[in-house]
Design a protein. Sequence first.
Length: 457
Amino acid sequence: MTSKLLLTALAASLLLPVVQAQDAAAQDTAALAYRNAVETPPPGWTGPVFRLSHDYPTQAPAACGVKDCPWLATNPSMFNQAPGSSVPVWDAQWSAYMKKIFDYIKEGQDPMLSNQKGWNVEVGGNTRWYHVPWMSYDPTRGREFVHGLTNERTATISDFHKPLEHHFGLNSLQASVNPNAKFETWAFGVYNDYGAYSIGKSWDKNGLPQVASYDGVRTPAGLPFPTGTVVAKLLFTTATEKDAPYLKGSPAWQADRHVMNGQNPTCERKVQIVHLVQMDIAVVDPNSPGRWIFGTYIWDGNRPGKTAWDHLVPVGLQWGADPWTFPAVPRAESIPVRQSVLNPRRPNAQAGCQGRLAGPVDNKQASCVSCHGGAFASTSSALSVPTGTPPIFGFPGLCTQYSLENAQYFNNVQFPQGYTGGQYPDVMNLDTSLQLQVSFFQYAQYKHTGKPAACTQ
Ligand code: HEC
């Protein structure tokens, strides 16, 4: 052996363990990022088992045409851009817009949305729906093993009823209802193949984030989401028909969710029943001033219908946060909301802040676009410190007083802009995706401490 060869062999034998160790670490990271659920099903489990759909398309999708994305052909002047435009009133054009998206989402799904069938990620022989990685890392709220549901905001009884009903006291409505009752929300979100292309460019096969520059601004490599992106999110509640009559007949799904101690969740999980209450949609549509349009449906068991889908009633649409309306401006300067439109025939008559759109189990002081406009990830220390993103879940005075925080929260932010006000310099815009926010946060947690935050509730 020549000395040169000998040296190469020596170097290779020294390097090999390092390379192997790196491979093992990458495998570990991939296993954590792409695992199906926080816990595996117990031995003998015969119910449905969730599988993460993460074989993201690697080819950039062609622009979505009217054939595949019929909702994009809609009259662009529907989506008001600024003051001076008319206040939208719910009519056939809004239901038609929502129905086109609805039909695309329900295609290939079980008509009864039964627990046993769950959600089909394959439609017509192709994978249509994909999930976001890193959402099974956190033991408190991370994905459960039956349907991949994650734990969301806990709702109170008043969330399910009209403001008038609280005014007269809930007891006049339902003598059996506990006014202090709390209800867990468990949900899953799916991105279609257009959106999944962006997810797969932002997270590599090893579960590592990929950052790039967009117009000179740091962003996840796959963003912004392309036109054609459709996201659906189905939300389930622990409330039943006894708590809110319109939940009658709602599909009952199993979820490995928290065991309750009175009105408080514990860290222990057990398979229990939850009911479908809300379906959120979000689409990239260039007709929206912020490129995104959000919409939501509520379950209404009192509405006639043969399939589960017939009971999902449109609540409304939102394409901006109405920065000209209180509390983004003082009351004296406030104009009526014009970037949300609400269906007057929704069963619980609830809305978000000042008539902006929020869903049945959402915070009524918030709105879809204002919360999602706060989707940012911390870029501190190469994405490895999980701190410092805008307060999407609220702050003192949310929706009740004119303040800097409210002006920021109810402003319109467009990708790749930073958060209004500049207090968050070390963040990158996630193009409204709060599931991506969860994934970046959990990855940072993993890099920072090597383990998820322990459950303490
Ligand atoms: C106060 C905050 C908040 C409000 C208000 C809110 N959401 Fe979300 N939303 C979230 C969070 C957090 C997630 C990610 C967690 C998850 O899906 O498990 C999310 C996820 C989603 C997703 C999945 C894609 C994504 O961005 O991650 C959709 C679609 C969605 N929401 C639509 C809506 C719609 C429509 C409304 C209004 C009817 C709404 N949201 C109101 C916080 C909010």
